[in-house]
Design a protein around this ligand. Structure first.
Ligand SMILES: Nc1nc2c(ncn2[C@@H]2O[C@H](COP(=O)(O)OP(=O)(O)O)[C@@H](O)[C@H]2O)c(=O)[nH]1
Ligand SMILES: [Mg+2]
Length: 215
């Protein structure tokens, strides 16, 4: 997928005085109303649910990560029973970018999962069009705080179950019922490691956010 940056670079020539305008210009370069729209999306969910994995899978830039080795000091705080192989954790946030369809650029901000970093959330979600709440069916309750947060601030969100190998597969409607997610909110089963699957989730959120936010 072409990035907006390289397309924009192609459009520089006419600005430098070429006498052949218009020809290779993309519509959004001549029509100011079609300039790429940059949107901010938050990826939230419990500890170890796959937020960093999702941002890494879709990002076209090297994602900024703030992983830190976990030490024994966090043993009592961070529950590792479902992710025993997890050695690092996100201490501040993940950041990535993905360009969809030439004129839509998504900036992804992954939240830190641990409760002790929640003071950051209000800053992190500012200006976002919506959020993906990741869930793991083995520890569904871990996503309640994120659900509560977005419900209470009125931010559009979708629920994406990151299906881990070896865990029981549930239908989206079972998850909706278990989490009492309202009918108009998309609930989907995905795999945070697969780019296409993660992009489908992001597109579902963009569509849902557009429906929820009248122009
Ligand atoms: N089997 C499997 N492992 C996954 C999946 N998503 C993430 N993981 C692994 O689960 C661990 C936690 O993921 P991470 O993205 O760091 O979680 P975060 O705390 O939400 O950022 C990592 O070791 C990932 O490789 C998945 O869909 N399937
Ligand atoms: Mg992380």
């Amino acid at each position: 997928m072409d990035s907006v940056v390289s397309d924009a670079a192609l459009g520089v020539a006419p600005l430098l005085g070429s006498s052949e305008p218009d020809e290779d210009l993309k519509s959004w370069q001549t029509d100011r109303t079609r300039a790429p729209i940059a949107t901010k999306i938050v990826v939230a969910g419990g500890f170890g649910v796959g937020k960093t994995t999702l941002v890494t899978a879709v990002s076209e830039i090297t994602p900024l990560q703030t992983e830190a080795l976990m030490t024994e000091a966090s043993e009592e705080t961070d529950d590792l029973t479902a992710t025993p192989g997890k050695l690092t954790t996100t201490v501040a946030m993940d950041f990535g970018r993905i360009t969809l369809d030439d004129d839509l650029v998504l900036y992804l901000f992954g939240t830190p999962g641990q409760q002790r970093f929640w003071f950051m959330w209000d800053d992190l979600v500012r200006g976002a069009i919506g959020a993906v709440v990741l869930a793991d069916t083995r520890r569904l309750k871990d996503c309640f705080p994120a659900l509560d947060y977005f419900e209470s601030c009125g931010m559009p969100y979708v629920v994406a179950v990151n299906h881990f190998d070896g865990s029981e597969r549930f239908e989206p409607e079972d998850v909706r019922e278990a989490l009492t997610i309202p009918a108009h909110i998309p609930v989907m089963i995905m795999d945070a490691r697969r780019r296409i699957s993660a992009i489908e989730t992001l597109l579902a959120l963009v569509g849902h956010a557009l429906e929820e936010t009248p122009e």
